[in-house]
Every structure is written in C-alpha cells, then in structure tokens.
Design a protein around this ligand. Structure first.
Ligand SMILES: Nc1nc2c(ncn2[C@@H]2O[C@H](COP(=O)(O)OP(=O)(O)OP(=O)(O)O)[C@@H](O)[C@H]2O)c(=O)[nH]1
Ligand SMILES: [Mg+2]
Length: 301
C-alpha cells in the first residue's frame, strides 16, 4: 500500500450560489440539501470523497450573510470554524459583474490566513452568451491571487472533473479521516430531518420555512410481520407561529402529507430501506433567538 493523503477543503460563498449542489456533485451523492431559497444550509456539513489513496473532505458551509438573529450568528460562526485548519478553500460564486461585500469579507479572511483559494464560477449553464465569462474571470483575477478559476455548472457537472483534479492536489500525507466508504459526517437521523426541511423549503413560501426546525423523536428499525425491515421515523416540525402551523399542515393536512411523501420517497432511495414517516407540527415562538432551543435543534458549535 502506498501513502495515503487527506485534504480538508472548505466550500464558502454567498447564499444560494450552489455550494451544496457542488458539494453533492463532488462527493457523487446527496449529502447536503439544496433549495432555491437562500440560507438553506445551516450547519457545516462534511462531504467525503475517497479515490484510492486520496481522501478529500469538503466542508459545505452556510451562505455568508448578515446576522439578524442568533441562528444567523451560529451560521456565521460555522463558516469561521470551517475556515480554520483546512488545506484549501473553494469560493463559489455566480457569473455576476460585481464582487459582493460578503465575498470581499471572505477573501479578506482567507488572505489573512494565507489559505490557498480557488474560485468556482457556478451556474454557467444559465449563460446564453459564454463570452461574458471572460470579463467575469478578468474581474476576479484582478481582485485576488486565486490558485485557480473554474467556470462550472454543479447542475450539469460541466467543468467539475477538472476542478476536482486540482483540488486533489491539496491533499497532504496522512491517514484518511473517514472510512473509505463514508460520504458524510452526518448521521442518518440528521439526513432525515434535513430532507424534511428541504421539502418544506420547496413547498412553502419565503418566510415560513426560514423559521422551521425539524427534530427526530423516534428512529427505529424493525421487521414487519412478513419479515421485511422497515424504519419508523417520528419527526416534529417546529415553527414560530400558529399561523405558520396552519400553513404547514395545509387544507385537511394536504401540505403536511405532501412533505411527508416527498421526504419519505427520497429517504427510501438514499437509505435503501422502507420508511414509515410520521410528521407532527409544533409551535416554538422565537426559537431562532433562544440559545437553549438552538442547541436542542443541533445548532451549536
Ligand atoms: N442553473 C443552475 N442552477 C444551479 C446550479 N447549481 C445550483 N443551482 C441551483 O441554485 C439554487 C441554490 O443551490 P444550493 O446548492 O442550495 O445553494 P447554496 O449555495 O448551498 O445555498 P445556501 O445553503 O442557502 O447558502 C438551487 O435552486 C439549485 O438547484 C447550476 O450549476 N446551474
Ligand atoms: Mg447550501
């Protein structure tokens, strides 16, 4: 056996630019939930890629944004934590004509730490005219000494293999941090609660899903009378207001049912086992500003 190498690489950027989509694409499996609403990712999630002697651990992070409550504070601290003790960093952006303040803030930190940093310009599949990319690349090149700039699409996979090749170069000699068949540091229960949150983000309007947290009260495998394994999951969806509770449940329970079916279907696919999912809804006023609640929902460092 040769020498193993491992690299910790943070994936940072503004909300909604496609950090989690890219993490999933790099790992080759869904490890982080994705939605078209900003601030989908709330915690630092490790996605693991192992090929032969090389292991890369991607640290997907919440989008860099200004704080309005204690959950936001926690999310910002998660980014800071991910940026310490890494071999390299990948800043993800979109083909814009400006560099946003949040991006400048991240680059200042990376420069201070001297972290080797690559840029991924994501969502190039949305560009009708690819020539506009040249001006974008030029703007970024002048702004920061990136170790590489890669126009990519996390959606189609365009450009991702070449980016991955460069990222492998940041792995350093040492034992693998995770077993070679691992894809994430997230326990299955967390994946289940996150998938429920993802479906809520997809199905609900702007303000409601941002005030939602999902707790798993039961997670037990058993054999059915026929002898097939089945996973019983009881989940509680916490929201901030009575009016939100009504929206989440929907007319005669239709919304809650749709969320449950979508989450169960995907969970069954990912885990390869039949799932019996029961969802309940409870109100926890202002939980995003209550430290004890935040830590109960797993939002603690
Ligand atoms: N067209 C297109 N859409 C993309 C691409 N990558 C991501 N998206 C979409 O962009 C939206 C945001 O994707 P996420 O991966 O959740 O973005 P994020 O940066 O992790 O967002 P936060 O966790 O909120 O910071 C979703 O609707 C994705 O489907 C891409 O390459 N092309
Ligand atoms: Mg994300």
């Amino acid at each position: 056996m040769g020498n193993t190498t491992t690299g910790f690489l943070a994936i940072v950027g503004r909300p909604n630019v496609g950090k989690s989509s890219l993490t999933n694409r790099l790992v080759g499996r869904k490890v982080a939930i994705v939605s078209d609403k900003p601030q989908t990712t709330r915690t630092r999630i490790m996605g693991v890629y192992t090929e032969g002697e090389t292991q890369l651990v991607f640290l997907d992070t919440p989008g860099q944004h200004r704080s309005r409550n204690r959950l936001d504070d926690f999310m910002r601290r998660s980014i800071g934590e991910a940026l310490s003790e890494i071999e390299g960093c990948l800043l993800v952006t979109t083909p814009d004509t400006v560099i946003h303040d949040e991006e400048k803030e991240l680059l200042r930190r990376l420069q201070k730490d001297g972290t080797p940093t690559l840029l991924a310009i994501n969502k190039i599949d949305t560009l009708a005219d690819k020539s506009s990319l040249l001006a974008c690349i030029d703007m970024w090149q002048k702004a920061f000494p990136f170790a590489g700039i890669w126009p990519i699409s996390a959606k189609t996979g365009d450009g991702v293999p070449a980016l991955l090749e460069q990222l492998k170069g940041y792995a350093v000699e040492g034992p693998h941090f995770f077993p070679d068949d691992a894809v994430s540091d997230q326990p299955e229960e967390i994946l289940a609660s996150e998938l429920i949150r993802e479906k809520l983000l997809h199905l609900l309007q702007q303000e409601v899903p941002h005030g939602i947290a999902v707790g798993i009260e039961r997670y037990e495998e058993r054999d059915t009378v026929k002898g097939d394994p089945i996973l019983d999951i009881d989940a509680v969806i916490y929201c901030e207001r009575d009016s939100h509770k009504g929206i989440i449940i929907g007319k005669r329970g239709s919304m809650l049912r749709a969320v449950g079916v979508a989450a169960r279907t995907e969970l069954e696919q990912l885990l390869g086992i039949r799932v019996n999912l029961q969802c309940f809804v409870k109100v926890k006023e202002d939980w995003r500003n209550r430290p004890s609640q935040l830590s109960q929902f797993g939002y603690r460092l």
